[in-house]
Ligand binder design. Structure first.
Ligand code: ZN
Ligand code: ZN
Length: 125
């Protein structure tokens, strides 16, 4: 079950709602792959050992997009066997994002004047 986290900036009042973690449907690699672009899907397919069931970790994680000056939830897949990670692009502009640690304080990307307040507002899936 994923969590919904609300981030608000006390300075510019901007607000983001992120769906983080993973849902029930993400227990199967085939379904997880669908959330990535075709390019990344091909890379994952080439990385997966078809002989056996692949072990993986999957979560939507908090990321910063400098281009959109926004905070977004992006899909992150880690394949245990190869040790490789695949990170989805910014859902808004398709650009590269910067992953943030779970408990790091986030400086508002919109105004860059203050740290965002975080609040868990619910669950999804
Ligand atoms: Zn702000
Ligand atoms: Zn972006």
């Amino acid at each position: 079950m994923g969590v919904i986290r609300r981030l608000t900036c006390p300075s510019c009042q901007k607000e983001w709602q992120l769906r983080l973690g993973h849902g029930m449907r993400h227990g199967v690699l085939g379904r997880v792959m669908e959330v990535f672009s075709e390019d990344i899907q091909r890379e994952i397919a080439a990385d997966v050992n078809t002989e056996q069931l692949s072990l993986f970790h999957f979560n939507y994680r908090t990321a910063l997009c400098r281009k959109c000056r926004s905070v977004e939830a992006v899909p992150v897949l880690h394949l245990m066997e190869s040790g490789r990670s695949y990170i989805g692009a910014c859902p808004v502009c398709g650009g590269e994002v910067e992953l943030l640690d779970e408990d790091s304080r986030i400086v508002c990307p919109a105004c860059e004047r203050d740290e965002l307040n975080e609040q868990e507002t619910g669950h999804w899936d």
